[in-house]
Design a protein around this ligand. Structure first.
Ligand code: SAM
Length: 193
C-alpha cells in the first residue's frame, strides 16, 4: 500500500462528486490534467467547463484532450478568470455542479509571474459553493513555495474554516513530515441533507 499523493487524492475526492452525465468545472485548467480527469468522470453525456486566463494553457489542454481516446464529456473552455464563473456560466448550471477543482499557482513550464491570487481565488470559491449540487465537492490544491503562495494558502484555509458546518463538510490534507513547502489539499463537500 502506498499513500496517495495530494494530486491523486484531489482526483479521488473530486471524482466522488461527479456523476456519470454530470457537470464539472476545472477552475484552473493549466496543462489540462484535471480537465481530462473531469471529462472522463462526467462521461460523454456530461459537461465540463474549464477556466484559465492564459491562451497557452487552454491550447495545451485542448491538445491533451484531443490526444486521449477514452470516452469524455465535451469541454467548454473559457479564457477568463475563475472569479467570473458566475457571469460566464448560465443560470441553469446553478446547484447542479458535481465538482469544482482548483489547482492554484502558476502554469508549470509557463510564465511564473501569472499566478492565481488570494482575492480572486476567494471570490471564485464563494461562487463555487452556489454552483455545487448537494453532495458536490470542491477541491483546492495550494502551493506555498512561490511568492504569494503562502498568503493564498492561508486565505483558502480561513475560507474553508468559515464555511457553516450545517451546510458543508471540509477537510485539509498536508504531508506531515515534508520540509520543502509541500502542497496542501482542501476539500469541501456540500451536505446533501
Ligand atoms: N490544473 C492544472 C493541470 O492539471 O495541469 C494546473 C493548473 S496551474 C498550477 C494554475 C493555472 O491557473 C495556470 O495555468 C494559470 O494561468 C491559471 N490562473 C491564474 N489565475 C487564474 C484565474 N484568475 N482564473 C483561472 N485560472 C487562473
Amino acid at each position: 500500500m502506498s499513500l496517495p499523493t495530494i494530486l491523486d487524492l484531489a482526483h479521488t475526492l473530486a471524482g466522488q462528486g461527479v456523476e456519470d452525465g454530470g457537470i464539472a468545472i476545472d477552475a484552473t485548467v493549466g496543462n489540462g490534467h484535471d480537465t481530462l480527469f473531469l471529462a472522463h468522470s462526467a462521461g460523454p453525456t456530461g459537461q465540463v467547463f474549464g477556466f484559465d486566463v492564459q491562451e497557452e494553457a487552454l491550447a495545451e489542454a485542448r491538445r491533451r484532450l484531443r490526444a486521449d481516446e477514452a470516452p469524455q464529456a465535451p469541454v467548454q473552455f473559457v479564457q477568463a478568470g475563475h472569479e467570473t464563473m458566475g457571469q460566464e456560466l448560465s443560470e441553469s448550471v446553478e446547484g447542479r455542479v458535481g465538482a469544482v477543482m482548483f489547482n492554484l499557482g502558476y502554469l508549470p513550464g509557463g510564465d511564473q509571474s501569472v499566478t492565481t491570487s488570494p482575492d480572486t481565488t476567494r471570490r471564485a470559491l464563494d461562487i463555487s459553493t452556489t454552483l455545487l449540487r448537494p453532495g458536490g465537492v470542491i477541491t483546492v490544491v495550494a502551493y506555498t513555495g512561490h511568492e504569494g503562495g503562502g498568503e493564498e494558502a492561508r486565505t483558502v484555509e480561513s475560507w474553508v474554516a468559515s464555511l457553516p458546518q450545517a451546510s458543508f463538510r471540509a477537510v485539509t490534507y498536508r504531508l506531515a513530515n515534508a520540509r520543502n513547502d509541500p502542497p496542501q489539499l482542501f476539500a469541501v463537500e456540500k451536505r446533501a441533507d
